[in-house]
Design a protein around this ligand. Structure first.
Ligand SMILES: Nc1nc2c(ncn2[C@@H]2O[C@H](COP(=O)(O)OP(=O)(O)O)[C@@H](O)[C@H]2O)c(=O)[nH]1
Ligand SMILES: [Mg+2]
Length: 339
């Protein structure tokens, strides 16, 4: 397949399940290249079928191992699976950690599995934008379950996981006394908690801490959107999302596959619950609102940078720092020049 295949030819191949076409398409949206937009416009009508499952948690909790186990479980159940590993902390080009590569190679050779890593590259909409675009491509290619592994440390990563249909937050014992979820602010986005490395000491303590936390948070609405965001607020009906879904804590030993069928069953139970309660549509609306908003933000920023040369920005900053201009006045000047 020639590298320069135009979108008009790449799109039908991708939709027909051609893995090479899918791979090429993801690279193009990642690079934010010329015909990325045309590509996305072409596949968009064919999206909205795959179930998106976010897997997030601190580094080393066993997310990649868990993902590998879940893929095997889903394959055994006859479903096709795609994995998108989003790890900007990875020192390797392309974002794949060596251990991940070894683990994921267990899955290679199966036409029903597609694995891809993403790193923070210079895409227009940043990591979140590039990830959202890649997810659309995987969805259009027909994968029935799409697992997104993100390191739950940065806001962008937590947001990516939080926009999945089902979000699994992974903890492990012995990562310090405090449960990591509290620090990262992922409590609000968890549909399912997994305490992995249940073969390690301290597992009951971690489970207990999580259960206590869930008990204390009982009745507080799930935080679906961030205040102050324009489109998200418009998209999210102010319903109590925690109503009717009980977040539970599961123990796994991902390294040996222990507990993984139960986690898969819970993900599926959540999927059905979303569909039966109209929540799937609500989450879709929110995801779309986020996506549009992200694009608007990126484009505004691009126009701003184009309208204002770096040195004129530096001048303004200098004036504010010297207290000869207040921050609001500076912002107004910038917006005025944008036209
Ligand atoms: N003891 C134990 N180690 C595990 C388990 N699951 C994963 N690991 C190990 O923990 C390390 C980190 O796992 P990895 O899946 O890369 O974590 P990630 O950074 O969250 O993706 C690896 O050395 C795994 O082999 C488990 O259930 N028990
Ligand atoms: Mg990993």
């Amino acid at each position: 397949m020639p590298k320069s295949l135009p979108p008009s030819q790449l799109i039908p191949r991708l939709l027909a399940g051609d893995r090479l076409a899918l791979s090429r398409a993801i690279s193009r949206v990642e690079d934010g290249g010329d015909n990325a937009r045309e590509l996305l416009a072409g596949v968009f009508p064919h999206t909205g079928r795959g179930h998106l499952i976010g897997i997030t948690g601190a580094p080393g909790t066993g997310k990649s191992t868990l993902v590998t186990g879940l893929v095997q479980a889903y394959r055994a159940a006859g479903l096709t699976v795609a994995v998108l590993a989003v790890d900007p902390t990875s020192p390797f080009t392309g974002g794949a950690l060596l251990g991940d590569r070894v683990r994921m190679s267990k899955l290679s050779g199966d036409a029903g599995v597609f694995v891809r890593s993403m790193a923070t590259r210079g895409s227009l909409g940043g990591l979140a934008g590039a990830t959202a675009d890649a997810l659309l491509l995987l969805d259009a290619a027909g994968y029935e379950r799409i697992l997104i592994e993100t390191v739950g440390v940065g806001q962008a990563e937590v947001e990516i996981a939080g926009t999945a249909h089902t979000t699994v937050v992974v903890e492990a014992p012995g990562l310090g006394d405090e449960v990591q979820a509290i620090k990262a602010g992922v409590l609000e986005i968890a549909d399912i908690f997994v305490v992995n490395k249940a073969d390690r000491p301290g597992v009951e303590r971690t489970v207990g801490a999580l259960e206590l936390m869930l008990h204390m948070a009982d009745g507080t609405p799930r935080q679906l959107f961030h205040h102050g965001q324009l489109l998200e607020v418009a998209a999210a009906p102010l319903e109590d999302e925690s109503d009717g879904w009980q977040v539970q804590v599961f123990k796994t030993v991902a390294a040996s596959g222990g507990g993984i069928p139960e986690v898969m069953a819970e993900i599926e139970r959540h999927r059905l619950w979303l569909a039966e309660n109209g929540r799937l549509a609500a989450r879709e609306r929110l995801r779309m609102a986020r996506s549009v908003e992200q694009i608007v933000q990126a484009e505004l920023l691009r126009r701003l940078r184009a309208a204002l040369p770096a040195d004129s920005l530096a001048e303004l900053v200098e004036e504010v720092a010297a207290r000869s201009l207040d921050p609001y006045a500076a912002a107004e000047q910038i917006l005025d020049r944008m036209g």
